[in-house]
Design a protein around this ligand. Structure first.
Ligand SMILES: Nc1ncnc2c1ncn2[C@@H]1O[C@H](COP(=O)(O)OP(=O)(O)OP(=O)(O)O)[C@@H](O)[C@H]1O
Length: 229
């Protein structure tokens, strides 16, 4: 269970987020500027607020990003351009990229899972957008953290590839029992991922419901308003 009760201010923006998220997938939807990315950055430790963040009973709020049981994937720039695919993943396990035999096997396994075995020697500039995001997912796999935060990582991909990536995140989340939280602007992404959806607006968690509610939102509900129904 990932639970949080966080207060955060920045200039005119005042946020106060509370929720409890079980293992599985939660997609965050909501209007632009409503505070979705801010919430993700607070959970990842890239911004600091007041309050409490707990994962499985462990308090995270005083931990630096790298000490948290969390991996984060951004829309782009997840890779080091000067390192090849193998090294971009290796750095997730060891800053020096010197790996034990066991770590080497794990890296190979992660490249297999993300269908990148043939790309190990390629550099980021030689990859398509989808391949680059798969490398970032391979790094998430070797880091082996139970919480995965995604900030619109697939929004620049064409629909078919985007769907493939969402399916990959969905199956890895279930396979490894991750708590995955993804910000998106597309209600369809949330439907593909399954799980639950959280509506964030005006710096607050306004609703948290099963994703099926998106297909038939109650008239007058906040989700219906957000979807323009
Ligand atoms: N440290 C910060 N630096 C710059 N802006 C910040 C910071 N913290 C909060 N904000 C502001 O917080 C508000 C919420 O932004 P945020 O990016 O979280 O919204 P969002 O829902 O993710 O929007 P979008 O869908 O457009 O990405 C904005 O007004 C933003 O300018």
């Amino acid at each position: 269970m990932l639970s949080f009760d966080i207060q955060y201010h920045w200039q005119d923006f005042q946020a106060d987020y509370q929720a409890q998220l079980p293992a599985g997938i939660t997609s965050i939807l909501g209007p632009s500027g409503g505070g979705k990315s801010t919430l993700l950055s607070l959970l990842g430790g890239y911004l600091s607020g007041q309050g409490i963040i707990e994962f499985s009973g462990e308090k995270l709020d005083h931990l630096a990003p790298y000490e948290r049981p969390v991996s984060m994937l951004f829309q782009s720039d997840n890779l080091f351009p000067q390192l090849n695919v193998w090294d971009n993943v290796a750095i997730g396990m060891s800053p020096t990229r010197r790996l034990t035999n066991e770590q080497n096997s794990k890296l190979k396994w992660a490249l297999e899972q993300t269908q990148l075995l043939g790309f190990a020697q390629k550099f980021p500039e030689q990859l398509s957008g989808g391949q680059a995001q798969r490398v970032a997912i391979a790094r998430v796999l070797v880091r082996d953290k139970p919480v995965l935060l995604l900030d619109e990582p697939f929004s620049a991909l064409d629909p078919r590839l985007r769907d493939e990536m969402l399916q990959l995140v969905r199956s890895l989340t279930h396979q490894f029992n991750w708590t995955t939280v993804m910000v998106t602007h597309a209600p369809n992404d949330a439907k593909t991922l399954g799980g639950q959806v959280m509506l964030v607006g005006h710096g607050k968690v306004q609703a948290l419901v099963d994703v099926q509610a998106l297909s038939a939102p109650e008239s007058g509900s906040l989700f219906a308003q957000y979807l323009g129904l």
